[in-house]
Design a protein around this ligand. Structure first.
Ligand SMILES: [Fe+2]
Ligand SMILES: [Fe+2]
Length: 262
């Protein structure tokens, strides 16, 4: 039987080949890689990536690569993440519930942009601009969600030697925060300037958020959270929950908390 170390080295080789593949070879290498990914659990994959970064692969490159193999593992990951059963009060359940609300609002954001694109003036777009104002406020509120991940879960992962994945997710959070702030400023200041200019400014931000935040959530639900469940000790989770409560929640209360309020 292969030792864990050998298996990781092999996995790293596969990842490296994917990373270095020329476009015309990518299909073939993907096919070969698929069989490795089938047997790989998310934590092993994350640790292999972490080692590659420590050995010199730039983090940005790793992120791009991550998207390639994620795409290949999508179905398999969904199945294994689905099999995790947790009570609604568990911190991971709370985060996943929040993701559902965030995803719904990302769809709404996309629809709003599509409708805005059919308008020619602020007068015509008033209803959509109001929706955009509400949505941009909602997305600012989700900062608490990211803060709980960063302050209550990431340091615990790092204490267990999982260093790189939290760094990648943190970098995403910084980018999202900046975009969400600009979106909110644009929405709140709308109707003051030129409608075309306004549309030209909000469109790329909405495109960025709908694509990248959706991907970020997928990676968390299917890789980062299952990996956290495997990495943290069972008795650490009540403390995570305490940290969650201390940081606070978003304007949308997760199922467990709204039940408590009644
Ligand atoms: Fe996150
Ligand atoms: Fe998240």
């Amino acid at each position: 039987m292969k030792s864990l170390k050998d298996a990781r080295e092999e996995l790293k080789k596969v990842l490296k080949r994917l990373h270095e593949a020329k476009p015309e070879e990518l299909g073939k290498i993907k096919e070969e890689a698929a069989k490795y990914f089938k047997e790989t659990d998310p934590k092993e994959l994350a640790l292999a990536e972490q080692e590659l970064i420590q050995e010199g692969t730039p983090r940005a490159e790793m992120k791009r690569l991550c998207d390639v193999h994620l795409d290949m593992m999508k179905e398999q990951l969904k199945v294994s993440a689905k099999s995790i059963n947790l009570p609604a009060s568990h911190p991971i359940s709370i985060l996943k519930d929040e993701h559902k609300v965030i995803k719904r609002n990302l769809k709404k954001l996309k629809r709003t942009l599509e409708k805005l694109k059919t308008c020619h003036s602020f007068d015509e777009a008033r209803g959509q601009v109001n929706i955009l104002k509400e949505l941009s406020h909602f997305f600012l509120e989700t900062e608490k969600h990211h803060q709980r991940e960063e302050d209550a879960i990431f340091p615990r992962l790092e204490a267990h030697g999982v260093i790189e994945p939290p760094q990648i997710f943190k970098e995403d959070h910084v980018e999202f925060k900046a975009k969400k702030r600009i979106l909110n400023e644009l929405a709140m200041g709308a109707e003051k300037g030129d409608f075309k200019e306004f549309l030209g400014a909000v469109a790329p931000i909405i495109d960025f958020l709908t694509k990248n935040l959706e991907d970020h959530i997928f990676k968390e639900d299917n890789i980062l959270y299952p990996m956290s469940l495997k990495t943290l000790d069972k008795n650490e989770w009540p403390d995570v929950r305490k940290s969650f409560d201390a940081i606070g929640y978003c304007c949308f209360a997760p199922a467990d908390l709204s039940k408590k309020k009644k």
